[in-house]
Design a protein around this ligand. Sequence first.
Ligand SMILES: Cc1cc2nc3c(=O)[nH]c(=O)nc-3n(C[C@H](O)[C@H](O)[C@H](O)COP(=O)(O)OP(=O)(O)OC[C@H]3O[C@@H](n4cnc5c(N)ncnc54)[C@H](O)[C@@H]3O)c2cc1C
Length: 271
Amino acid sequence: MMIAPVGYRVPRSVDAAVALLREDPQACWLAGGQSLLSAMKLGLQAPSRLVDLQALAGLRGISSGAGVLSLGAMATHHEIARDVRVREALPGLATLAQGIGDAQIRRRGTVGGSLANNDPAACWPAALLALGGRVRTDRRTIDADDFVGALFETALEPDELIVNVEFPVAVPFVYLKIEQPASRFALAGLALARLSKGVRVAVTGVTDRACRLRETERMLDARFEEHALPAEPVEDIGWLDDLHAGGDYRRHLCGRLLRRAVRALGDGARR
Ligand SMILES: Cc1cc2nc3c(=O)[nH]c(=O)nc-3n(C[C@H](O)[C@H](O)[C@H](O)COP(=O)(O)OP(=O)(O)OC[C@H]3O[C@@H](n4cnc5c(N)ncnc54)[C@H](O)[C@@H]3O)c2cc1C
């Protein structure tokens, strides 16, 4: 389907970008366009105007310091996968970014766009939840547990702009996924982090949103051992049953991914 004519603006500052959305509530931020343009082609979204974030230097860049890894909202998956600070601070995040889509999607798609879009099979929301990360916007800081909502929903206001995303560094962390072969989104994805405050486990692709497995977290806090786990997660999270896979199979996959993830971190490796 062809995209209908649409306005296009390229603001030079965050304030100008926010002002453009306030003056036209039907306008929409444009990051890499990897989700938005597809939604427009399918007729699922019809913004009056695209407000392109490409020129906002404040949304770019990756930095690490004071125990925090900061990814600019416009950092692409490709940049994150290759960045030496990410590889040193949280190598599991670099692996996650490298596993997204194909080369074109990784070069255009952004961490901010992925989190704002909150596809229920996306990788970034699960990593954000497992690491207890924070989303900084033009007006506030939102903790991971408050940010991620149901299917394509987040805590963001319609005119709220993600500026960067922060993760704690040097945390044993791993993200594993079984890909849906056509899209490479997660058929089942699992993120596991061993924070000083406790273990956090989040899954994606297996229910209507990325979510934590809190009972599993309690088990792993008590005994961080693969063999202490049941074969499958005990949580009833409304396991997704669709044309790609049944709910029982997704639950089974998460059990396998969890064991692999515990083994990976139990080995002492910081992936
Ligand atoms: C075939 C395919 C496979 C994919 N596989 C995966 C995968 O395996 N794992 C995964 O995690 N992702 C996957 N993705 C998604 C990819 O990661 C993109 O990041 C995602 O599509 C968002 O695209 P984008 O960054 O270009 O944002 P856009 O498409 O430009 O924007 C998406 C939405 O976010 C809003 N937005 C963008 N930036 C901001 C911001 N800074 N603040 C507030 N709102 C903002 C936009 O207004 C829009 O509503 C895949 C995508 C495709 C097309």
